[in-house]
Structure formats: C-alpha cells, structure tokens
Design a protein. Structure first.
Length: 281
C-alpha cells in the first residue's frame, strides 16, 4: 500500500499544483514578512489548503511568522481540523530587523524580542496556533501525529539531530510531508548527509525555488535509523562522503553542482559546524 501511496504522491508533486495559488489567496499571509520565495509561499499555502487533517502542522524556525502565516492561510481553506505549532527564539537583532522586517512594511521595533510582534502579525489565525518560545534544543514534541513538518532551523548538526529525534518518529508513513527549507544551502551540508542516511524512511518529492526540497515519509523513523543518521560527530571526511552520496541518491531531481558547492564549503571550513560561520568555498 505504501508503494502505491508513494507513487501517487510523486505524481501529485511532479505536477507542481501549488503554482496555481494566486496572489489573492496569499493576500492575508503576504502581510506577514517572510524570507520565502514566491514559489515557496505558494507551496506552503497549497500544503495547508490540501491538508487531510490527520495531524499537526509544525513550523521549526518561524522567525517573524512568515512561513507560519502561509501554512495557516492554506489550512484555513482546507475545511479540516487544524493546528500549527511554531518554534523559535523569536528574536531579531537590529540588522535582521532592518533587512527582513522593514522591507515588508513592518515598523521597526525596539529591542531584539519580536515575540509580541509575531503574536500581532499572526492574530488572524488566533485559536489555531501555538507559539513555542525559546531554544529549539530545549523543546520537545508530544508524540502526536504530524502531517506537515517545515524545517528552517537546522543551522547546526546538533539542532539537526535534535529535530530528527524529537519530530521524525511522529511522522505517518505514506502521508506525512517534510519541507527542508535550506536543504541545498551550501553552508548546511549536514542536512543532506542526514537525509541520505535515512533514505529508507524518506523519498524526495520536489525541489522548489533555490534551496527547498520536499520529502515524503515512507517508513517509520526508528531509534536505530536515527542513531545511524546522527551528524553531530561526523568528521569532515564522513560529512563529505554523506554529501557525495546524497548527490548520487537525489539525481536527477537535484542538480549535482548543488552538492559540489557543499563539498567546496566543507573543504574551505574544516571542522566548522555552524551555518553562519561557514564561508562558501
């Protein structure tokens, strides 16, 4: 049965139906600043709108709520029971506020705490939203089924492993979707190293915009699978091996040069495991 579900989901995503999401449909969500591209915004809204309602929607690394708004605007159209959980520190320094909030028409706020701003921006979806404030490394999940898991928080291997341990076991094989927002970002090569190690549990469905890759969970993510996919203690040699294996595994959906950029980044930053400290090779 899962084989048939996987085939059906692949065909569904190959058609890229989210491209039909209109500006009018995105109007409410577009009032919330976001770093998502237009196509990614369409994808998030479409995933919400086509929700089956069997599980929660999780947004890891919500920043000012842009991705949450796009998921919620779609969920509101689904006609199904829904609730979104957004995780973040909800802080932004002056540089981040000037770069990502002001261009979206949001008045500059005082101080780094943007939680009150996020609450105000997401107020249209009040009652369908829980904000989890703080370090994601200190956060947990209840274990309830997850329908859609959007990840934009794997900025270190430690975070990447923690997210996998806490959230992946709650995914439903054949039905749950994982969005890796920065999957192809050269400064986060541990993401693809981890997912290729979990290839028995996930299949890629679509490469969207620049760096985003969507996956379908195809098998239960067990403790043994997670132990074999840990990235925090990978040496540069093993990380390079994982990236190269991912390049072979995900061809032709993802162009091989994207993985070559990760290889160069690892070689240019020996031992570095924090995304914002990685110089592109």
């Amino acid at each position: 049965m899962q084989g048939l579900e996987t085939t059906a989901q692949r065909a569904r995503f190959e058609a890229r139906p989210w491209l039909g999401v209109t500006a009018a449909a995105l109007a409410a969500a577009s009032a919330v600043p976001s770093m998502l591209s237009h196509e990614e915004s369409q994808l998030y809204h479409w995933l919400g709108a086509t929700s089956e309602g069997f599980g929660a929607t999780i947004d890891l690394g919500a920043f000012a709520g842009g991705s949450a708004a796009r998921l919620l605007s779609g969920l509101a159209r689904s006609g199904k029971p829904h609730h979104l959980h957004a995780y973040d520190r909800f802080t932004a320094d002056a540089k981040a506020r000037a770069r990502h909030l002001s261009p979206g028409g949001v008045a500059m706020v005082e101080g780094d705490d943007i939680l009150p701003l996020v609450k105000r921006l997401l107020q249209p979806w009040d009652g369908h939203l829980t904000l989890h404030h703080g370090d994601i490394l200190a956060q947990r999940w209840s274990g309830a089924p997850i329908e859609t898991l959007a990840i934009d928080a794997g900025k270190t291997p430690a975070l990447t492993d923690h997210i996998a341990r806490c959230f992946y076991p709650a995914l439903v094989p054949g039905r749950s979707i994982v969005i890796h927002q920065d999957f192809l970002h050269a400064t986060q090569p541990w993401l693809c190293a981890q997912m290729q190690s979990l290839d028995a549990c996930f299949v890629p469905l679509a490469h969207v915009a620049k760096d985003c890759v969507v996956f379908l969970c195809t098998a239960p993510v067990t403790e043994a699978a997670l132990a074999g996919a840990e990235t925090e203690r990978l040496s540069d040699t093993r990380l390079l091996s994982g990236v190269r294996a991912a390049g072979r595994l995900y061809a032709p959906l993802i162009p091989r040069p994207r993985f070559g950029a990760m290889v160069r980044c690892i070689l240019a930053n020996p031992g570095t495991r924090i995304a914002w400290q990685m110089r592109k090779g």
